[in-house]
Structure formats: structure tokens, C-alpha cells
Design a protein around this ligand. Structure first.
Ligand SMILES: [Cu+2]
Length: 618
């Protein structure tokens, strides 16, 4: 380790090897290396890494990218003192045949033809393990993107990026503590590549998840379309008629996504994992000491675990983008805005286990609500499409905060990421204790959206700082338009050392909603637990109902997807989904909400007969 070379960041913009005609020749080595997933003063940990022969080791490893039909001549020399098994090089083979074993010190040659278009990754594991999912620390960065382009693909656009997600993870024996670093292309926020595009560009991300955990990915400010989706061994095109507008998408373990978007509004925008723990200190080595960072690690510095440089508290899986204005862009100037006074408050001993609840409250009159009054979820913010609002957020916590209007296509400055949202020198500050911030915007689209804290997300979202925004064209008929907000009720505990709490409409025993036979009901679901992907089922005890999907993430679905289907869905944190349902008989139904290892929360849905006097009146 003492002499191990530091891995270099690979931005995945240049394919490795030499391509002549239809042949790609690539010589790789597996070497012992030192990996520094964060800043220049943060811990360095020991890993195995891929290097192109004669070059420095890289995280992620050298990019294997060539058109369909290319014949790859690959040699791999294992210069480490561990036997390694490689996988992922031939995705068209069954997983158990797609392996190459290389003893310590040995060299292997392998020739194969690229016979499947898609976004893949190749990887190595220590001898005895069977999958990339089995890796923890030493072999965790033996991973590289592997992209097979169509034979007639145009040259790669400068607005394209390939992002590989990896995790370094160490749980020392006999402790419940662990160390983890989650990175996009070898570096965690705020040390990874900062992108600059121009308003109106066509941006294309290929995201590949080589970590043994899924990630709900969220783009601020704009919708994207997923054009390809894949797993470790297959990758398929999403037909245009089935591409929906999304700002959230869960990427599976071993999965990949091609997503396209046009940044239509200038300013600073983030693309990040929406698990609070994956953008928090828990996935950062910042401040760790030798004892924590494990076998043979050398950590040259111990930095107090305060906020990362730049002021923002985020770590881990975040990418930042600066979108420069197109010529002629002017920030909108609006004179008359409706004001909403939104308070952030807390109440001690209000959640399970005696935890403090954090939450929102809307102040309606001149009378100031009690400092410890809150609502979980926060009040539904009813906005009118096209109507300018000023949401004045008053922070009555004793710590800074900031509120994100999730999914709204608004200007960057009010978007709510403290120390980052904004344009040029005009950057949104954290809202200090006792301070306030006026988020001024005009919602351009009708739909269902979450709002939530975007600072100290684990604690603030996890303890209740979330709610629903409904943007509509006309006042809602709340007898047929129902809002279901599923979120947390106390600090989530990473890696499931303790179950997460789930609240539905603020309770583990939520109040029933009522529907009337024959009515077209709209059910708006907001999934905003800080750290769980939630499952939803609507129906009777015996069978799931059939509902019709209407919108996702606040955007109406394409016609091809608006067809009745069984009422079962999973939604990552920050996702919203709207459905319609027309009950045909009086019956007791329920909406159940759960995560895989947690209890089921049941929201009763009582369907009543249409009153006789109105029968036949329509
Ligand atoms: Cu994540």
C-alpha cells in the first residue's frame, strides 16, 4: 500500500485500447492501488483497480466501448496477490459462463465479439465470490463501463456522459459501525465532474449501477425520458410511445439507464440519488480515522466531520450542472404574487421512540401558530397553474434548512438546494434559524409533486419535513380527488439495523378515504420516505383492483400507458403517481403501503352507494 499508485478519475469520455477496422485490442492490468473517493485531504483507502497497461489505475476502470460486431482482443494481467474472477464481458452468455479466472500473477487472453447493443459493465471479484454484488471494499472498484453502440451510431455527442456508480464499503468485525463511500465515476460530491451545458442543449446520460444497492435518481428542474433500460445481461430500447416524462427513476442493482433531457432553464441544477442516506455523511469517508478505514488503509488526515467545502451538506451521489443562458434569456419579472407563509417547526417527543418531529405548517391569518405545532405530512400546497406565488419559508428550527419544490419546472434560485441553487452570483443561501426565504415561482404544469427539505435530508425529511404540492387548472373536488402521502416518521437507520417507520397521511393507522359508486376518483400518491422504496396495492382483501395510470412525477402519461391495470406499484422516494378509479359497487377496500422488510400500513377506502336522490340524475 505504501507505494501503491493513487487511482485516477476516469470520466468515461474516451474508450480504452486501440481500434483498427473491426478489431479492438486492449491490454488491462489488475493492480493494488490507493483510492481517494473524496477531496484531497480526505481518507485514502486500499483497493484493487484496473489499469490500461503502462498507464495509471483508474476508477472506474478503463472504458470498453465499440460498435456492435467489433472483435475484442483482451489481455488481462493480474499483478495483485489475489486470485480474481472477471465477469460481465459477454452479456449474451448466461452469467455462470461469462467468467474468466485469473490467478495471482497470471495473464489471460480472451477474444470475443460484441453481439449485443447496450450499457453494461465488466467487473472483477476476489476468488470465491460469484458476483459483483458480493463485493465490499478491496474489489469494490474493480468495475468499468462497457458500452456497445449500434454499428451505425453517430459520433458520441459532447453532451453525453457515462456515469458508473460504485460503492466502497467496510464493516469491521465486531462493530455495528461501518464506513462507506458512494461515487459517480470514482468521486463523490462535491469532488466529481461539474458539468456545464447551454440552455437548450440535448443532454444524454448513460447511468450504470455497479453497486449492490438500488438508487432512486432525481433530476432537478427538468424532465428526462428514459430511452434504454437494462440489467447486467440485457438492455432494451424503450419505444417512443412508451417514454414518459420523469424526474425520478429507480436504477436497479446491476441496472442501467439511458436518459435524455433538455435543460430549458439556465442556472445550477443537481442530479442525485434520493435516498437521504446516499447523499449524507453515512456514505462519506470525510473525517474517518485510520481505525475506521480498515485493513492496511492509510489515512493521512483527520478532518472534523463538518460540512463539505462549498457549504452544502450533501455528500455521495450528487452531480451538479451549470446551465448557461442561451442568448436573449431574461429572468422572469413578476409583480403580483400570491403569498403563502410556510413555517418549519419541530416538536419534541412526537414520533415513535420519542424522537423529535420536524414539519411544516401554513400560517393563514395574522395569528402566529405555537412554535411547536407541526403537521406531518405538511399541508397540501394548492397552487394554480400559471399563478405566480411567493412561498415565504420561515425557519423556526435551531438549525439551517431549505425547501425543494420537487419536480416543478421553475427557476433555479427558488429550487431549494442551499449553497447551490441559483444562477451566476445569485445563489440560494441556507435559511438560518429564525430566518426566512421567499421562494418565488410560477408553476407551469398541473400535477402532483412533493415538497421537502433539501438540507440534512436524513434528519429533516426523515423526521417529517415533507408534503404534497398540487398544481391544478381548476379547484379540486376533494370528494373525488384524494391525496395519499407516504413518508417517514423518525430517523431511518441505514443498512436496516432497525426498521424504518412509515407513515401514510401522517399515521400508522390513517383515516379512511371515501368514494362513491360510479364516480371517477383520482388518487394522487406521493412517495417521500427518506430511505425506502415503497410498494402500494389498492383493492379488497381478495384481489387487487384495476386502476388507470394518469400521471407520473406530475406529468401526464402518454396515451399508450393510460390503460387500466392491476393496482400495484412501487415508488422510490420523491416519486408521485396519479391514478383514476371508478368503483362499481359498495365495498370496503384498502390502499396498502409497505417496504420489503417492514409492516403494512393500511389506509381504508370506503366505497359507498350513490345516494338514491341523485340516482338517474346524470
Ligand atoms: Cu442511492
Amino acid at each position: 500500500m505504501a507505494n501503491a499508485p493513487l487511482t485516477q478519475v476516469n470520466d468515461n469520455r474516451r474508450p480504452a485500447g486501440t481500434r483498427t477496422g473491426g478489431t479492438l485490442t486492449l491490454a488491462l492490468e489488475i493492480v493494488e492501488a490507493a483510492f481517494q473517493p473524496e477531496g484531497p485531504h480526505d481518507p485514502v483507502v486500499r483497493v484493487l483497480a484496473f489499469a490500461e497497461s503502462g498507464k495509471a489505475p483508474q476508477v472506474p476502470g478503463p472504458l470498453l466501448r465499440a460498435p456492435l460486431g467489433t472483435v475484442v482482443h483482451l489481455t488481462v494481467r493480474n499483478r495483485s496477490d489475489s486470485a480474481i474472477m472477471l465477469g460481465g464481458l459477454r452479456p449474451s452468455l448466461p452469467a455462470n459462463r461469462d467468467t474468466v479466472h485469473i490467478a495471482a500473477g497470471a495473464r489471460r487472453e480472451i477474444t470475443f465479439r460484441l453481439d449485443r447493443v447496450g450499457n453494461f459493465f465488466y467487473w472483477g471479484v476476489l476468488k470465491g465470490l460469484t458476483s459483483y454484488e458480493d463485493r465490499y471494499w478491496l474489489d469494490s472498484q474493480l468495475t468499468a463501463a462497457f458500452i456497445v453502440d449500434p454499428a451505425d451510431a453517430p459520433a458520441v455527442s459532447p453532451q453525453e456522459r457515462v456515469w458508473l456508480i460504485t460503492e466502497w464499503f467496510l464493516q469491521p468485525p465486531k462493530t455495528r459501525e461501518f464506513e462507506s463511500a458512494l461515487v459517480f465515476n470514482g468521486k463523490a460530491w462535491p469532488y466529481n465532474e461539474r458539468l456545464t451545458f447551454t440552455q437548450g442543449d440535448s443532454v444524454h446520460f448513460r447511468v450504470i449501477n455497479a453497486a449492490a444497492v438500488e438508487h432512486p435518481l432525481h433530476l432537478h428542474g427538468f424532465y428526462f425520458r428514459v430511452t434504454r433500460q437494462g440489467g447486467a445481461r440485457a438492455d432494451t430500447v424503450v419505444p417512443a410511445s412508451r417514454q414518459l416524462l420523469q424526474n425520478m427513476r429507480v436504477i436497479d442493482i446491476g441496472g442501467s439507464l439511458s436518459l435524455s433531457f433538455v435543460p430549458t432553464t439556465p442556472g445550477n441544477w443537481v442530479f442525485h440519488c434520493h435516498f437521504a442516506s446516499h447523499v449524507g455523511e453515512i456514505v462519506s469517508l470525510h473525517g474517518s480515522t485510520d481505525a475506521h478505514v480498515g485493513p492496511s488503509a492509510s489515512t493521512s488526515h483527520t478532518v472534523p466531520a463538518h460540512d463539505a467545502p462549498g457549504g452544502h451538506t450533501m455528500r455521495g451521489l450528487v452531480i451538479g450542472m451549470h446551465i448557461t443562458p442561451a442568448p436573449g434569456y431574461r429572468e422572469p419579472v413578476v409583480a403580483n404574487r400570491r403569498t403563502i407563509n410556510l413555517l418549519i417547526q419541530k416538536r419534541s417527543d412526537a414520533l415513535q421512540g420519542g424522537q423529535t418531529a420536524y414539519g411544516f405548517l401554513v400560517q393563514t391569518g395574522a395569528e402566529v401558530p405555537a412554535k411547536d405545532s407541526i403537521r406531518i405530512p405538511g399541508p397540501v400546497l394548492e397552487l394554480k397553474r400559471g399563478e405566480p406565488v411567493s412561498i415565504v419559508v420561515k425557519n423556526n428550527l435551531d438549525e439551517p434548512s431549505g425547501v425543494h419544490w420537487h419536480g416543478l419546472e421553475i427557476e433555479s434560485f427558488p429550487d431549494g438546494v442551499p449553497e447551490f441553487s441559483g444562477i451566476g452570483d445569485k445563489i440560494m443561501p441556507p435559511i438560518p434559524p429564525g430566518g426566512s426565504f421567499a421562494a418565488e415561482f410560477t408553476p407551469p404544469r398541473s400535477g402532483t409533486f412533493p415538497y421537502h427539505s433539501h438540507l440534512h435530508e436524513m434528519r429533516q425529511i426523515g423526521s417529517g419535513m415533507y408534503g404534497a404540492i398540487i398544481v391544478s387548472d381548476a379547484p379540486r373536488d376533494t370528494t373525488r380527488d384524494h391525496v395519499v402521502v407516504a413518508g417517514g416518521g423518525g430517523l431511518p437507520v441505514f443498512y436496516k439495523q432497525r426498521p424504518s417507520f412509515v407513515l401514510v397521511n401522517g399515521s400508522v393507522a390513517p383515516r379512511p378515504i371515501r368514494m362513491t359508486v360510479g364516480d371517477t376518483n383520482r388518487v394522487r400518491i406521493v412517495s417521500i420516505h427518506a430511505d425506502e422504496v415503497l410498494s402500494f396495492r389498492f383493492g379488497t382483501e381478495e384481489s387487487a383492483a384495476r386502476w388507470t395510470p394518469l400521471a407520473r412525477d406530475g406529468a401526464d402519461l402518454p396515451r399508450a400507458l393510460r390503460v387500466a391495470r392491476p393496482a400495484l406499484t412501487t415508488m422510490g422516494p420523491g416519486e408521485t403517481a396519479d391514478f383514476t378509479y371508478v368503483p362499481t359497487r359498495p365495498v370496503r377496500m384498502m390502499l396498502e403501503v409497505w417496504y420489503p422488510t417492514g409492516p403494512r400500513i393500511v389506509l381504508p377506502v370506503e366505497v359507498q352507494a350513490r345516494p338514491a336522490r341523485s340516482a338517474g340524475a346524470r
